[in-house]
Design a protein around this ligand. Structure first.
Ligand SMILES: *Cc1c(COP(=O)(O)O)cnc(C)c1O
Length: 367
């Protein structure tokens, strides 16, 4: 059917010999958490300096066989993405701005000296995987099939240089809402002792190493009774950057919306980008600028700052009810989700689940 060129760029479906039964799948889709259940297949391609990207396939989900010397295990040459497949009322399945994830994946690859994957390959891997495992896309409210594309150095070599063999995979996890408590405000711990990224580092790339650096401060947040940690800039310890895996916004009493400007140490979220577009079009004044912790503390205390929220694909929007740090413990507004936060959550999820016209052309049909 397809000519050679097409075959070269298509993920060939090699169905698993042991798919789970309808009953097993139904049981796995009850009471979904986040990232604990995985579908029957995964996308996989391999890159070598000699052959480039090859062996694109959809294969049985299962353990990888990895040489103990694989470079990723030693030097963390790894990047990832996160996006969701949403089931609409009519049964069709859609992704939200997947080209933006493809573009960011290529940028992250460049920073980590990994080979770039084309947008066509990125989109095809997702489309073929979701088509193969479409029964794994849940339809309970707020649920989705979370897609995790990632790439890592698989070459068995302990010398320090960019690997000459690399794997690309996509795994899929049927998921419920990210935070078990649902759309309820969380408490944030402001880390002043540790940073997730520094100038010239990898903060703007989506790489596992950034997350490794965020885990200890995240533990400290828990110890202080907070669910998430907010990082400040490493250079001056003055400016708000973002949470370990989400961007941040503040809303002031005049209705203006503010978010830290991208400085090279902040990860540019697709959700952040989309919110900036939505609030601009809704007529809010929008400010991408440097925001100091002192200003936020004073603004929350005086009531000048009425809402703070975090955003990212996994949780969409998370209201922040409490801001805590060494020597302060502040409740934002009345501690509940504010008007702008609620509005944006509604707008984004209505688009994603097809309850609102896709006026921006942000949705891509997968099945
Ligand atoms: C993925 C990520 C985000 C959110 O990005 P989205 O594209 O909106 O999901 C924010 N910060 C960090 C550090 C991230 O890794």
């Amino acid at each position: 059917m397809s000519n050679d060129t097409q075959q070269e760029t298509t993920f060939e479906v090699r169905p698993t010999s042991h798919p789970r039964t309808r009953e097993q799948r139904a049981a796995a889709l009850i009471e979904l958490g986040f990232g604990t259940v995985f579908s029957d297949h995964m996308a996989h391609a391999t890159w070598t300096t000699d052959q480039g990207w090859h062996d694109r396939r959809i294969e049985a989900y299962g353990p990888l066989s990895l040489d103990p010397a694989a470079a990723v295990l030693h030097y963390a040459q790894e990047i990832f993405e996160g996006l969701k497949a949403y089931r609409h009322e009519d049964g069709t399945v859609w992704a939200f701005r997947p080209e933006a994830n493809a573009a960011r994946f290529a940028q992250s690859a460049r920073r980590l000296a990994l080979p770039e994957l084309s947008e066509a390959d990125f989109l095809d891997s997702i489309r073929q995987l979701v088509r193969t495992d479409m029964e794994w896309v849940p339809n309970a409210p707020g649920s989705s099939l979370y897609l995790r594309p990632y790439m890592f150095a698989s070459e068995a070599f302990l010398g320090v240089r960019a690997a000459r063999r690399v794997e690309y995979l996509v795994i899929a996890s049927p998921s419920g809402p990210y935070f078990t408590s649902g759309f309820t405000p969380v408490s944030i711990w402001v880390a002043e002792e540790y940073h997730r990224a520094g100038p010239g580092g990898t903060g703007a790339a989506k790489c596992g190493g950034n997350y490794a650096a965020s885990l200890l401060p995240q533990q400290q947040a828990y110890e202080h009774g907070c669910q998430q940690v907010c990082f400040l800039d490493a250079a001056t310890n003055t400016y708000l950057e973002e949470l370990g895996g989400m961007n941040m916004f503040i809303v002031t009493a005049d209705g203006a919306v503010h978010t830290p400007a991208l400085t090279g140490t902040i990860l540019e979220g697709v959700t952040r980008q989309s919110i900036l577009q939505l609030v601009t079009d809704a007529g809010h004044d929008v400010h991408e600028r440097a925001i100091t912790l002192e200003e936020v503390k004073a603004g929350v205390a005086s009531g000048e700052i009425t809402e703070i929220f975090a955003c990212g694909t996994a949780a969409v929007i998370t209201p922040i009810g409490v801001l805590k740090g060494t020597g302060f413990d502040l409740t934002v507004g009345d501690g509940a989700a504010g008007t702008v936060t609620n509005e944006l959550y509604g707008l984004l999820t209505d688009l994603q689940y097809g309850r609102h016209d896709d006026t921006y052309g942000w949705m891509t049909r997968l099945v």
